[in-house]
Design a protein around this ligand. Structure first.
Ligand code: PBE
Length: 302
């Protein structure tokens, strides 16, 4: 049964209920329809990659919210989540997805974050730049560029929308951005001496914002003569690689909530150069047509 039909049923149930218990004030006519919605979603959160930091945060939410008792998270990939979201919305069916921003999903789909009164997903996140111990001495020029590397949220959001139109060819999107924004690039590289093919490795996670920003960093470092390799990995491998010095730097960690546990595990074995982007966020999201606002509006599985 479609979401709308459930909703109608809920309204009818609510109506007859208010007729029977007329005079009892507002009542909770919503409970019933919400319960049906949770059931219709088979008490399932549509998640993303099993190795994502957010996958763990979603499990934490399931463990901590009474409203999510008995729920399951279905993991697969970000692409599969977006397909499921698109299909559900076409049919106006209910769906709860793992969501994060910046991401083009908020421009493409009319969706909203569910309130998180228990703060499991944290408040604002930032994306940090971490470098291996010793990078400052070994490659002072690269260190300076990475230290200066910083995004304004709307700039990154625009680039992610563009990536969608360019088949997610992040090399190309990054090159276009660099070509059009040489004055910003010059701020990052000002006074940095060129090198002659010094190899440097940047480790990154496979999501859009990270792919774009790391590809920009690659081009900028190459302009200064570095020979840059990019290594896409899971968040846990990313932290390990920078901590052990297998990789030189990363621009992908989401802090303080999403990758906080990994950060703590390796703390002291890397240097944190601070945020390269502020105003990021993760959480659970639903289509705006769904009549719920908070994670607590969901219903536990019986
Ligand atoms: N995400 C959301 C990453 C960082 C935040 C999917 C882009 C992750 O969950 O690891």
């Amino acid at each position: 049964m479609s979401y709308l039909n459930w909703k109608k049923l809920g309204v009818i149930a609510g109506l007859s209920l208010s007729l029977t218990i007329a005079g009892c004030g507002q009542g909770n006519s919503n409970d019933e329809s919400t319960a049906n919605v949770s059931e219709e979603m088979e008490y399932t959160i549509t998640g993303i990659e099993p190795g994502a930091g957010q996958t763990e945060t979603n499990e934490k939410a399931i463990a901590e919210y009474e409203s999510l008792a008995g729920w399951e998270q279905k993991t697969s990939s970000s692409a599969a989540m977006l397909t499921a979201l698109g299909e559900a919305m076409e049919k106006e069916e209910p769906i709860v997805v793992a969501a994060w921003s910046p991401h083009y999903m908020f421009a493409k789909f009319d969706i909203k974050y569910l309130e998180d009164p228990q703060g499991v997903f944290g408040e604002e996140e930032h994306i940090a730049t971490l470098v291996r111990e010793g990078l400052k001495d070994d490659m002072p020029g690269a260190y300076t560029i990475l230290d200066r590397f910083h995004w304004e949220l709307p700039v990154l959001e625009e680039a992610l929308l563009k990536a969608q139109e360019m088949d997610f060819d992040f090399e190309k999107v990054a090159q276009e951005w660099v070509d059009e924004n040489q004055e910003i690039v010059e701020e990052w590289t000002e006074g940095v001496d060129s090198v002659d093919g010094t190899p440097i490795d940047l480790v990154l996670t496979p999501w859009d914002a990270e792919s774009f920003s790391t590809n920009v960093a690659k081009i900028v470092l190459e302009q200064k003569g570095f020979n840059v390799s990019l290594t896409p990995v899971d968040p846990s491998v990313m932290f390990e690689a920078v901590a052990t010095g297998d990789s030189d730097a990363t621009l992908s960690p989401w802090m303080p909530a999403t990758h906080g546990a990994l950060y703590e595990e390796y703390e002291g074995q890397f240097e944190d150069l601070g945020p390269n982007l502020e105003g990021a966020k993760i959480g659970l999201a639903v289509p705006s047509y769904m009549d719920i606002e908070s994670i607590e509006d969901l219903e536990p599985a019986e």
